[in-house]
Design a protein around this ligand. Structure first.
Ligand code: XUL
Ligand code: CO
Length: 436
């Protein structure tokens, strides 16, 4: 059988932190037990099919720069088939357990069933599983003015048909989640937009689609992926808080969880951990897209994760909520335009997997030592452990009573937040000796 990545002989191996082999893992040691669970169970990495296999290197100033040995056949089904063979060779050699797809990356428009059959066979042969599927409701010109939020119900119907098929494909391939990303569900000008109506249309779409998923036997998690803008000027699923409000407003809260992408959070001017904590504290953090942006650029650059600090903060949130159940860590990242060799795809994933493996080790040690958690616990001790604190939290007090208490107790003691001291503790875990 043809090999698309002949540079990698069998599979990428763990060689330990001292290894200088650029095609080996230095931290990701899949069977190593961390906090009672295997690394590979904590870190359910998923290769993202669209960027890894279908990425061309195109940007807003130029077309594709990659020449790939797959997907070159003149008939579209043949091209889709060789792309899928290359995909599974990549998954297998990297040793990732999962992948994610859009319907349109694995198959041309009328050939989804055929490609799903091929994917099912390749999954059986390699043991690689589907983390989540989704429908591309943004590339086709019919979706120019949105899919569910389009002013034309016929476009809504096309989108519904496409989602139906993508859900069927996800069920057939045993996917543990299904994602809705509202690519063009937003506006580019309010001069032509009835925002109230468009948000109601979107709620109707999500209700119908989630009804269908359950009827079709999908028992996994339905996820919504917030993003503030791009390609629209404003997307209705702006960030985690906005999306949670939307779900509550339209009585959809029990049906969905969130897939929080790093670069989307930063485009909303949040840190990634901000959006992760917003989702997690509502009990709604289902899955993560683990790319990163470029702090000097204001668009979705979808770069591979290399930032140990950001990855550690993410792993702290995940550990704190006891894992992700049906979710995982989807890369949703692409190699840069100048990194056009197929082997660059390996370097990129190896770096990302090692970054998260290291972040897991740091986050688990931080949790085990309990230093940061106890700082937070102590900070709220007065509220938590006092009679007045409890009365406030149970709303069992009036403003005049609080006024009387304030008057009789005098000025509150001033307590430092110790931000810099805590930052130093974190740095010591990340770069110092607390991990030794
Ligand atoms: C776009 C994005 C999507 C979703 C799936 O910014 O992140 O690729 O992850 O549609
Ligand atoms: Co994404």
């Amino acid at each position: 059988m043809k090999s698309y990545f002949p540079e990698i002989k069998e599979s990428v191996l763990y060689e330990g932190p001292d290894s200088k082999n650029p095609l080996a893992f230095r931290y990701y040691d899949r069977d190593r037990v961390v906090g009672g669970k295997k690394m590979s169970d904590h870190l359910k990495f998923a290769v993202c099919y669209w960027h890894a296999l279908r990425g061309t290197g195109a940007d807003t100033f130029g077309g594709g720069s990659f020449e790939r040995p797959w997907g070159v056949e003149s008939d579209p089904v043949g091209a889709a088939a060789s792309t899928m063979d290359a995909a599974f060779e990549l998954f297998r050699k990297l040793g990732v357990g999962y992948y994610c797809f859009h319907d349109r990356d694995i198959a041309p428009e009328t050939h989804l069933d055929r490609m799903v059959e091929r994917a099912a066979r390749l999954q059986r042969e390699t043991g690689v599983k589907l983390l989540w599927g989704t429908a591309n409701l943004f590339s086709h010109p019919r979706y120019t003015h949105g899919a569910a939020t389009n002013p034309d119900p016929l476009v809504f119907a096309h989108a519904a048909a496409q989602v139906r098929r993508a859900i069927d494909a996800t069920v057939e391939l045993g996917g543990s989640a299904y994602v809705f990303w509202g690519g063009r569900e937003g506006y580019t000008t309010l001069l032509n937009t009835d925002m109230k109506r468009e948000r109601e249309q979107m709620a109707a779409f999500l209700q119908l689609a989630s009804d269908y998923a359950r009827q079709a036997g999908f028992s996994g998690t339905l996820l919504i992926e917030p993003k503030p803008m791009e390609p629209t000027s404003h997307q209705y699923d702006f960030d985690a808080a906005t999306t949670l409000n939307f779900l509550r407003e339209f009585d959809l809260f029990d049906r969905f969880e969130l897939n929080i992408e790093a670069n989307h959070a930063t485009l909303a001017r949040h840190s990634w951990e901000h959006d992760l904590i917003v989702a997690s504290s509502a009990g709604k953090l289902g899955s993560l897209d683990i790319n990163r942006g470029d702090p000097t650029l204001g668009w979705d650059t979808d770069q591979f994760p290399t930032d140990l600090h950001a990855a550690t903060m993410a792993m702290m949130v995940i550990l704190n909520q006891g894992g992700l159940e049906n979710g995982g860590l989807n890369f949703d990242a692409k190699v840069r335009r100048g990194s056009f060799d197929p082997v660059d795809i390996f370097h990129a994933h190896i770096g990302g997997m090692d970054t998260f493996a290291r972040a897991l080790l740091v986050a688990e040690k931080i949790a085990r030592d309990g230093v940061l958690a106890s700082a937070i616990r102590e900070r709220y001790a007065k509220f938590r452990d006092s009679e007045m604190g409890r009365k406030i939290m149970s709303r069992n007090v009036t403003l005049p009573e609080l006024e009387a208490w304030a008057a009789s107790s005098g000025e509150p003691e001033r307590v430092s937040g110790r931000q810099e001291a805590l930052e130093n503790v974190l740095s010591d875990y990340l770069y110092g000796t607390r991990m030794d």
